[in-house]
Design a protein around this ligand. Structure first.
Ligand code: ZN
Ligand code: ZN
Length: 390
């Protein structure tokens, strides 16, 4: 929006791209643009050389300044693309402690963003280390160029009129959202290899996707690319077992083969072929970390999935497969969320936590049924594709 303040979070090596984004933000009428740089390598320093006190501590001065600005409508843009295995040699226990400290002081910021106070967006930015993860056999420069091509294709930036192409995409996703909202399902059932999971949906849940309507009056696409339609699970009504279908890049490590059992909404057992420590620590973050805050449907034929690539980056991988998220729910996936007292939100099924971690459970071998108010099963996806023509 014009005359709006904008804050950009970016990785230091991406400064040339950031300069172009800042130029464009002013051309579009920004009142101010601030850039907060982080640096993958300095993020390692605390774990390598910091004291025990340093691991458990996160300063709050930056968040105390940012949170009110976001609540007052400052826009937020995050450029992604970190090294997926930045912390692979670091003790996951230390990373979990540090992440928790950061999440505690960052809660006012995530409340502003996830709570829909302002327009925000996460977009990819290709870094050499990320590109080498996706294309390990290519030389670095070639890997970077190829990954940028994929980014342009999946975000539709390579189309003759990218904005028109994006709007057309928005309309298509909305048709699926509207259809799901019209069914009023009480639960979704996922069935596939290693998976038989019934995800009860929150009372008054709403299916959302592609666009959010922020309280500052802006309409935004919080993730680009995005293919998902998503809603709020009921925090106490998730039953069964589920197996991940793609690796997950989390806290600087790569997790794979995650298997989880749920009872009455909570995780009762978890194991993983790779990164088991990381996920076990994750669900110990707080009470809400072992319950679901999001369930999302993505067709297997999505452009991100069609690349056939593993991105080791949730922004992409979650848009290649249906997924669930442990932790905090999104306010806009429950009808009248802000008018409902906090206790009642939780009774209706809204989950709260310091974390929100998506992981992929869909594939071309997974079927999804919607369970209607009358307990009848309605086909929603078959072999990873919509059971209807969009
Ligand atoms: Zn999602
Ligand atoms: Zn999510």
């Amino acid at each position: 929006m014009s005359d709006q303040d904008l804050v950009i979070g970016a990785n230091l090596p991406d400064y040339e791209f950031v300069r172009m984004v800042v130029d464009e933000a002013y051309r579009q009428g920004a009142r101010s643009v601030s850039v907060l740089y982080t640096d993958d390598q300095t993020a390692r320093s605390k774990f390598l050389y910091g004291s025990e006190t340093a691991i458990d501590y996160a300063p709050s001065w930056l968040q105390e300044g940012l949170a009110p600005a976001l609540q007052n409508g400052m826009a937020y843009l995050r450029l992604g693309g970190s090294d997926p295995s930045l912390l692979k040699d670091i003790d996951p226990g230390k990373v979990a402690r540090s992440s928790k400290a950061a999440a505690v002081v960052g809660k006012p910021i995530s409340e502003a963003i996830v709570g829909g106070a302002t327009n925000w967006c996460i977009v990819p930015c290709v870094s050499p280390r990320w590109a080498k993860h996706v294309y390990p056999d290519l030389a670095e420069a070639e890997a970077v160029e190829k990954l940028w091509d994929v980014v342009f294709a999946t975000t539709r930036a390579d189309q003759p009129d990218p904005v028109a192409a994006w709007k057309q995409h928005v309309e298509q996703v909305k048709r699926n959202m509207d259809r799901l909202n019209s069914y009023g399902f009480q639960a979704l059932r996922f069935q596939g290899p290693g998976t038989d999971l019934t995800v009860g949906l929150a009372d008054g849940h709403v299916w959302c996707g592609v666009e959010s309507f922020a309280r500052n009056g802006a309409v935004c696409s919080p993730n680009i690319p995005t293919e998902e339609v998503f809603t709020m699970p009921h925090r106490n009504r998730v039953e069964g077992h589920v197996r991940s279908t793609k690796p997950l890049s989390l806290r600087g490590q790569v997790l794979d083969g995650i298997q989880v059992t749920f009872k009455d909404g909570a995780v009762t057992s978890v194991c993983a072929e790779q990164g088991e420590d990381v996920i076990k620590k994750l669900i110990e973050t707080d009470e809400g970390a072992r319950r679901l805050g999001e369930v999302a449907l993505v067709p297997h034929s999505s452009p991100v999935s069609q690349t056939g690539l593993l991105f080791f980056d949730t922004l992409f991988d979650e848009n290649a497969a249906s997924h669930i998220a442990l932790g905090r729910a999104y306010a806009d996936t429950m009808c009248d969320y802000f008018e409902i007292p906090v206790d009642e939100r939780s009774q209706r099924g809204a989950n709260d936590s310091l974390i929100h971690v998506d992981w992929m459970i869909g594939s071309d071998e997974v079927d999804v049924d919607g369970i209607g108010p009358d307990n009848q099963a309605v086909p929603v996806m078959r072999k990873g594709e919509w059971a209807w023509s969009a």
